[in-house]
Design a binder for this molecule. Structure first.
Ligand SMILES: Nc1ncnc2c1ncn2[C@@H]1O[C@H](COP(=O)(O)OP(=O)(O)OP(=O)(O)O)[C@@H](O)[C@H]1O
Length: 367
């Protein structure tokens, strides 16, 4: 458990405190997201937790122990830290970057090598192809993933993340967020994450801390922040599209329907049967992986799926099982489709979400 108690930081030569009497508690395995306008004290708060900044007054307790009693370097090795600019060492390979803390902790080479591989897999990167690359050879999203892998390297119970998905495009950010949720479900770290992005806060947080000018204005679940903003500031900050924002909290899994599909190897007769009642049919490969789709009007007697399939990369066509309704809705609108296929991590077709499910999900969210 992390407890911030009446935490205040006043920088030299400044009149107003950057952080002012902040108290909040983050339970084990919880994700707390700090959000607020630029300059409200988010980063200062985060950096006090790993003692990169010392508070002017107040205390920080981790599992009941005051962190001011611990050596900063030792404390930092027990807290993962991922930042927006990633902060990877440019002259070190990906593997070298991830190994920094384990090496400081004196792990042997075999253990470090195995850990690097395990972490690259965890964050969705290929160990064979990525371990030996240098940071400048990575895309923005890959670099962010390596940053997260490095923060997790020594399996710290606490993870501090400062805009960890900030510098990438929207689609990549959504994927990184989904992956973060996936990892968090497995690892159950206590996470404090700073963001500018309200959608990200709503999607990832167990509790959102809204700050204004160094003070905590509201600390509550995303649902309560959306439904019961503490004051006009939070109300305005949250904005008018609160119903839409709630969609990003609703997971699609319970709503997935079986999807009409046909194997690429199917005969013409089987294809005709599959298309009898459906206009659009998904086409799958031998392991059930999604390959593309076909439109009933393409099916002429004697024609097989292999001849007419519209092949599309699974990521461009479908959403992952961790997606939220908000992501599904925005993908439906941008792709102009009413049925969105859902795939598992192996790109296998799990089913589909229909436009009408969004209405159902919203109604349930209202309940
Ligand atoms: N080293 C410093 N010396 C003096 N003032 C500072 C220092 N670092 C931050 N500040 C000031 O403290 C306040 C809080 O800064 P902080 O970086 O914590 O805010 P933030 O909410 O993370 O901002 P942003 O969203 O823009 O990153 C700001 O007014 C900032 O100008």
């Amino acid at each position: 458990m992390i407890e911030l108690k009446e935490l205040t930081k006043t920088y030299p030569q400044t009149a107003a405190p950057a952080v002012n009497g902040l108290s909040l508690t983050v339970g084990d395995g919880e994700v707390a997201v700090i959000i607020g306008p630029s300059g409200c004290g988010k980063t200062t708060t985060l950096r006090m937790i790993n003692r990169l900044i010392e508070p002017t007054s107040g205390r920080i307790l981790i599992d009941g122990h005051d962190i001011s009693d611990r050596r900063p370097a030792e404390l930092r090795r027990s807290i993962g830290y991922a930042i927006q600019s990633v902060g990877l060492f440019p002259h070190m390979t990906v593997a070298g970057n991830i190994a920094v803390v384990p090496e400081l902790l004196g792990w042997d080479k075999g253990r470090i090598g195995a850990r690097v591989k395990e972490l690259l897999k965890l964050v969705g990167l290929n160990a064979e192809t990525h371990a030996t690359k240098y940071p400048h050879q990575l895309s923005g999203g890959e670099a962010q993933r390596v940053g997260v892998a490095r923060a997790l390297a020594a399996d710290p119970p606490i993870l501090l993340m400062d805009e960890p998905f900030g510098a990438v495009d929207t689609l990549t950010r959504e994927r990184l967020q989904n992956q973060f949720l996936d990892i968090q479900r497995q690892l159950k770290k206590s996470v404090i994450l700073v963001t500018h992005d309200l959608d990200e806060a709503i999607r990832l947080a167990d509790r959102i801390a809204i700050m204004r000018a160094g003070k905590l204005v509201q600390y509550d679940t995303p649902e309560n922040v959306l439904r019961h903003p503490a004051d006009k500031f939070v109300h305005d900050f949250v904005g008018s599209d609160r119903a839409l924002k709630r969609l990003s909290r609703i997971n699609i899994l319970p709503f997935i329907h079986p999807a009409p599909s046909v194997a690429i190897t199917a005969s013409a007769a089987e294809t005709a049967e599959a298309c009898r009642t459906c206009r659009w049919v998904w086409v799958t490969g031998t392991d059930g992986q999604l390959l593309g789709w076909l439109d009933r009007t393409m099916i002429k007697p004697g024609v097989t799926p292999a001849e007419v399939v519209e092949r599309v990369a699974p990521d461009d066509l479908a959403v992952g099982e961790n997606a939220s309704f908000k992501e599904v809705l925005s993908r439906m609108l941008s792709q102009g489709i009413k049925n969105m296929p859902v795939i598992d991590r192996g790109n296998r077709l799990l089913g589909e979400i229909r436009m009408s499910d969004i209405e159902k999900a919203t109604a349930e969210g209202e309940g």
